[in-house]
Design a protein around this ligand. Structure first.
Ligand SMILES: NC(=O)c1ccc[n+]([C@@H]2O[C@H](COP(=O)([O-])OP(=O)(O)OC[C@H]3O[C@@H](n4cnc5c(N)ncnc54)[C@H](O)[C@@H]3O)[C@@H](O)[C@H]2O)c1
Length: 354
């Protein structure tokens, strides 16, 4: 088992436990009457790994969970079960369950404790750490949410055994993003392991998850509420969120959209004259190809239809990072060095999105 500490200045820190058996620690964090938020696929396959539960709220699978209705139903269920300020919520699922369940935990009685128990690769390397919670609204992805740090993260890799290949690949998209944000060492490591990762044949995934969590924890500790350096973690995401919105939430797995967002961010960086390491574009292209991830909008369009450039542009104007309808981008200079808050003019954006 690997333990990583997320140390937050001025707030409590919390452990991230990674490995087969991590959920054995759930009991010690869960209190006497743990309330679980999960989804059917995950709960049916893996509920046996959890401690005895007081009550469970089953939400829709995947992105469909991140809706007002689910949030409301979860809050009502919390009240019905008479949860109080001592109660603990176990969030058991992928990033979608963590996002909506975490939001419910942060709102109920102005905030009760949550333990994140991620069950997808994406949620283990990214969504479970950092305390962002969210639902989607018609206006855009993750437009409604809070910051609510979990009291612990238990990434039990036994749950990954049932994860479909498509969702595994999606997780690898966030792994590549994390590596690009963190720097050359992690990127080289992902490149070295790419073939085994794509085939799901890496002896153990624990060390790579831990490396990604350490990378994210460093950024989150420096800027818990995303007023500065944490924005780096949004690399590729302004593009990705627009793609997800225009395709219809849930149609493109998040990490797949992020992978495409990374190539668009690299292209934008090159066009804006910001890209210092000219080898990076070819490196990322080769890496995404060996991981089975899309490397261009063209590839994504073959599966998901037109994704019209003007609709994508309009979606970006409503992104959370936009100011006065002017989207802001995180663009790579080189691995580990990013330019934050870049504005790109609409003509350039439409060319990139063509
Ligand atoms: N809060 C954050 O910091 C943060 C960071 C990154 C992503 N996110 C959000 O996370 C969401 C994506 O999360 P995700 O990629 O985990 O996808 P997800 O939660 O949508 O789950 C994807 C699919 O995998 C299935 N699944 C989950 N665990 C499984 C398992 N162990 N076995 C079999 N099937 C399983 C689900 O039923 C679902 O169909 C997006 O909404 C994204 O915005 C949040």
């Amino acid at each position: 088992m690997i333990r990583v500490e997320v140390a937050l200045p001025g707030e409590r820190s919390y452990p991230v436990v990674i490995g087969a058996g991590a959920l054995a620690e759930a009991g010690q964090h869960a209190g006497e009457r743990p309330f679980c938020v999960s989804e059917l696929t995950v709960f049916e396959a893996h509920a046996g790994l959890l401690p005895p539960l007081f009550a469970t709220q089953v939400v829709p699978s995947g992105e469909a969970a991140k809706e007002w209705e689910t949030l409301e139903a979860t809050l009502s269920s919390m009240a019905f079960e008479r949860l109080d300020r001592r109660s603990v919520v176990l969030l058991f699922g992928g990033g979608a369950v963590l996002d909506v369940g975490g939001l419910a935990a942060s709102l109920y009685m102005r905030g009760i404790r949550a333990v994140s128990c991620p069950t997808t690769l994406l949620a283990m390397v990214d969504a479970s750490v950092g305390g962002k919670t969210a639902i989607n609204i018609a206006g855009g992805k993750n437009l409604v949410g809070t910051f609510h740090q979990p009291v612990a993260v238990l990434a039990d890799t036994r749950t990954l055994a049932t994860l479909p290949d498509s969702e595994w690949r999606s997780g690898l998209g966030e792994v590549v993003k994390t590596a690009l944000v963190d720097g050359d060492e992690l990127l080289a490591r992902v490149e070295r392991d790419a073939r085994a990762l794509a085939q799901r044949e890496l002896g153990s995934i624990d060390e790579l998850i831990a490396a990604c969590v350490r990378a994210k924890a460093r950024v989150v500790a420096a800027d818990p509420h995303e007023s500065g350096p944490r924005k780096a973690l949004n690399l590729g995401h302004t593009f990705a969120h627009a793609l997800e919105k225009v395709a219809g939430f849930g149609a493109i797995p998040h990490g797949v959209a992020v992978a495409c967002g990374l190539t668009l961010a690299l292209a934008a960086s090159e066009r804006a004259g910001l890209l210092e390491d000219r080898t990076l574009t070819a490196r990322v292209d080769a890496l995404l190809r060996s991981l089975g991830l899309p490397r261009s909008l063209g590839e994504l369009r073959m599966q998901h239809g037109a994704l019209p450039p003007r609709e994508l542009l309009e979606a970006m104007k409503l992104d959370k990072k936009a100011r006065d309808a002017q989207p802001k981008f995180v663009l790579p200079r080189r691995a580990g060095a990013l330019q934050l808050d870049v504005e790109l003019d609409s003509t350039l954006l439409l060319e990139l999105l063509a």
